[in-house]
Design a protein around this ligand. Structure first.
Ligand code: THU
Length: 134
């Protein structure tokens, strides 16, 4: 088993616990921190629809709660036939803790579908470095 296989397994398991009764679209994410530790998250929807949270945001929360701040690899698993690429807001959230070359592996329950990078998903990103001269 490779590290990527471990990440996919963790995201898949976590996805099964997603709370998505409104969209019925369960998503799991797994982040690898610079320490090598893995952090998983699932989407958490809400009866007040805009209060729903994406799987990536949940995983970032787990990483920050553990005291880590650098993402070196990302796995996202969604259902359906398409690519479950991170939404625009989550591209920005990932960019905060990753760099342009950080891989984002977009998967289905069966495994890897396509690998992107944070930079490819969010070209011309506004990030922490933009505030250095503020
Ligand atoms: N969703 C995620 O959790 N991550 C993604 O990358 C795409 C979309 C969630 C949000 C919502 O709960 C459901 O999928 C349908 O949009």
């Amino acid at each position: 088993m490779s590290i990527l296989d471990d990440m996919i397994a963790m995201a898949r398991e976590t996805r099964e616990r997603a709370y998505a009764p409104y969209s019925n679209f369960q998503v799991g994410a797994c982040l690898r921190g610079a320490s090598g530790k893995l952090y998983a998250g699932a989407n958490v929807e809400n009866a007040a629809y805009p209060q729903g949270q994406c799987a990536e945001a949940s995983a970032i929360g787990a990483m920050i709660a553990a005291g880590e701040r650098t993402i070196v690899e990302v796995v996202v698993i969604g259902g359906g036939d398409g690519l479950c690429t991170p939404c625009g807001g989550c591209r920005q959230r990932l960019n905060e803790f990753a760099d342009a070359a950080t891989p984002v592996h977009v998967c289905g329950p069966e495994g890897l579908r396509q690998t992107f990078t944070v930079g490819a998903l969010l070209p011309g990103a506004f990030g922490p470095n933009n505030l250095d001269n503020a």
